[in-house]
Design a protein around this ligand. Structure first.
Ligand code: SF4
Length: 405
């Protein structure tokens, strides 16, 4: 199954170009390039070495949208960049949908004009208890450079908290039966710049001040991050490096791509991990997540055990409750056994299935959701119910399909 999935992924844009190594014949986005690549661009244009650092600052701390906005760079150098075909290439929000609960869903245009979805959830990601499983220091994100858009020095505005849900692919090949994104199939992988650029585009729109505000990221939007691993991890490094967000406030979710989990386990710096489990046994999981045929629950848990957890860190099990499918009391009991024997600290996030056109599941009643949670809790399993966010604008979990209304 995985071979099928992987061969179905057509990386139309699988990574960034290699500036500095060949003549630039078409527009090359700078956003998404790491320090070494920016140094290569600078060297190619004959700039002094410090110029590459200025370029990095302009891209990732000042969030310039055009070369003209990079006023810290001398005009002749900006003209050289332009003449050589370089553009900023920061993804652009083309449409915004605002929910009654304050959630915003964006269509964000990538390099070829194809759109991807990103969601801004003020106040958090909808976990009912409002708890954050954050083993980090609790401080705000790294302060921006003086004069940058995020520079808050001298301002006394209250701290804002929000979660941004980020996409890693346009569409998805995993084909979870309860998910609207799956209906698109896989269109293409996103590049590192397109993934990190979603975050910067939203931070900019929201006027986020990184020295003050608490921003969580969840890689739980369109696509399976671990089927676009290189680009996803490249984006993660940009976000935690020059952009200045904290890895401990980020979570990546996978449907259980075992090779991806094993690579993740080797990362020296990484976000938290969530497993999109959604079933308490392989038979149910295979019916709703065909990827289970390739990697069953036991294989996924074994891979997760290879991830060295930080003190107090827990793995999240995401569990979408589908009425009559996986929400019976015996499923809760089976889930309890599974979590107890997993061999690593964890908790369960229960997500009530969000309806959408073309999906034929039933939404469980609130009483059944509460009963499921209580059954877990009474047996010693930490379980939360995630409040759906932005349902009225198709922004909730499993609803991202580039809906334009
Ligand atoms: S739930 Fe996630 S992995 Fe499954 S089809 Fe939807 S986007 Fe892909």
């Amino acid at each position: 199954m995985a071979a099928t999935l992987e061969t179905r992924l057509l990386p139309i844009v699988s990574g960034q170009q290699q500036p500095g190594t060949a003549a630039v014949t078409r527009s090359v986005p700078l956003f998404g390039l790491h320090a070494e690549a920016l140094a290569a661009v600078n060297a190619r244009l004959g700039g002094p070495r410090f110029r590459a650092g200025q370029l990095e600052q302009a891209l990732y701390r000042q969030w310039a949208v055009s070369l003209d906005e990079m006023t810290a760079l001398p005009k002749p150098f900006r003209e050289q960049l332009h003449a050589a075909g370089y553009t900023v290439g920061l993804p652009e929000i083309t449409e915004t949908f605002r929910s009654t609960d304050g959630t915003e869903r964006y269509l964000i245009a990538g390099l070829d004009g194809q759109t991807v979805e990103t969601v801004w959830m003020p106040g958090g990601d909808g976990r009912e208890e409002g708890r954050e499983d954050d083993e980090g220091s609790g401080s705000a994100d790294a302060p921006p450079a003086a004069g940058a858009p995020g520079d808050t020095r001298g301002r006394n505005a209250p701290q804002r908290r929000a979660t941004i849900c980020v996409s890693s692919q346009i569409g998805c090949a995993v084909n979870c039966q309860f998910c609207l994104t799956a209906k698109m199939g896989i269109v293409r992988n996103l590049t590192p710049g397109e993934i990190a650029g979603q975050v910067v585009a939203v931070l900019k729109r929201q006027g986020v001040h990184l020295g003050r505000d608490r921003i969580n990221l969840v890689f739980m939007g369109m696509g399976e991050p671990f089927l676009n691993y290189d680009a996803w991890v490249g984006a993660f490094r940009l976000l935690t490096g020059p952009i200045g967000l904290q890895p401990s406030r980020m979570t990546v979710s996978t449907s259980g791509i075992v090779p991806g989990i094993l690579r993740f386990a080797e990362e020296p710096v990484r976000p938290k991990l969530a497993i999109s489990l959604n079933a308490s046994n392989d038979a149910v999981r295979e019916a709703i997540m065909p990827v289970t045929r390739k990697w069953d629950i036991a294989a996924i848990l074994e891979a997760v055990r290879a991830v060295p957890l930080r003190p107090r860190e827990k793995i999240t099990f995401e569990y979408v409750l589908l009425g009559g499918v996986n929400d019976h009391p015996h499923h809760a009991d089976e889930l309890v056994r599974l979590v107890r024997t997993a061999g690593f600290p964890s908790y369960v996030n229960l997500i009530v299935w969000n309806p959408g056109p073309g999906t034929s599941f039933a939404e469980p009643a609130q009483a059944e959701v509460d009963a499921f949670q209580n059954r877990l809790i009474s047996r010693g399993i930490t379980a939360y119910i995630r409040r759906p966010r932005g349902r009225d604008i198709y922004a909730a979990c499993g609803q991202l399909k580039r809906t334009t209304r």
